[in-house]
Design a protein around this ligand. Structure first.
Ligand code: ADP
Ligand code: ADP
Length: 228
């Protein structure tokens, strides 16, 4: 569960990127965050994983009240989240298998368990045969699938994705969406910022539209454009 109560974020340059957000995302929902460049989408999403702190208001993610959370607790909080970026952020010197295992070594010490879990998520994103490959040997779509596998390896309750299909061609983007939907159907909340109107219209989910730091629309099964 994610809850924003009267949340605003004003950066040091006095820009108010997010102005009085009040909303709730229930466990298991799939939510798109849309809006033009500079609208406040990334700021909204970064506050969910405590990369940015709000200037005003309260944010609750699962059992954590983010305005009160101690720095020492942040790593534990982050373990409940999986995060995926437009540019994948894979470690280039590690293989696919190692990229995913690395994320688990912090919390799971048993190498047998780690191996099992890595193989399970590789199967889910259909990349078992690429475990020994390095990121540079993969296509963009494959790299994003590795990034998703890594993000879900420790079974997060929430998967946050900032423009996950931004660098991918339409067909590859659809493949990524099918994986995100599969993860969502298994119970994971998915919050995805996107500019991709085709994806939003084809795979219908709740749409939170932001403009100039304001939520201007919050609609179940919404389309990309309000009147479609
Ligand atoms: P979006 O993700 O929708 O493109 P952002 O959340 O990145 O929007 O940005 C919202 C507004 O906040 C923009 O005007 C942007 O220039 C400003 N902004 C974003 N990050 C910072 C920052 N670290 N410092 C100052 N201003 C920022
Ligand atoms: P896509 O059609 O998804 O864009 P590509 O045409 O880039 O994929 O790649 C097709 C296949 O070739 C993929 O399985 C990928 O792993 C492999 N491949 C792509 N680039 C390289 C590379 N530089 N070295 C080795 N294998 C590669």
């Amino acid at each position: 569960m994610i809850e924003f109560k009267h949340v605003s974020k004003k950066y040091a340059n006095q820009i108010t990127a997010v102005d009085n957000f009040n909303l709730k995302i229930q466990q298991g929902e799939f939510v798109y965050v849309i809006g033009p460049s500079g609208a406040g989408k990334s700021t909204f999403i970064k506050m969910m994983y405590r990369e940015e702190k709000p200037t005003l208001g309260q944010i609750k993610v699962n059992e954590y009240e983010l305005e009160k959370i101690k720095n020492s607790k942040i790593p534990f909080f982050r373990r409940e989240l999986g995060i995926v970026f437009q540019d994948f952020k894979l470690l280039s010197k590690l293989t696919v298998f190692e990229n995913i295992a690395y994320a688990l070594q912090v919390i799971e010490k048993d190498p047998v368990e780690i191996k099992k879990r890595v193989n399970h998520v590789l199967k889910l994103v259909k990349l078992v045969s690429k475990g020994a490959a390095f990121p540079a040997e993969l296509s963009g779509g494959e790299q994003q699938r590795v990034a998703i596998a890594r993000a879900i390896a420790n079974k997060p309750s929430i998967l946050i994705a900032d423009e996950p299909t931004g660098n991918l061609d339409p067909e590859t983007a659809e493949g990524i969406m099918k994986i995100l939907e599969k993860i969502n159907i298994q119970g994971t909340t998915v919050v995805m910022a996107t500019h991709n109107s085709h994806i939003v219209n084809e795979f219908r989910h709740r749409v939170i539209e932001i403009e100039n730091g304001h939520v201007i629309r919050d609609q179940d099964e919404g389309s990309f454009f309000q009147d479609e």
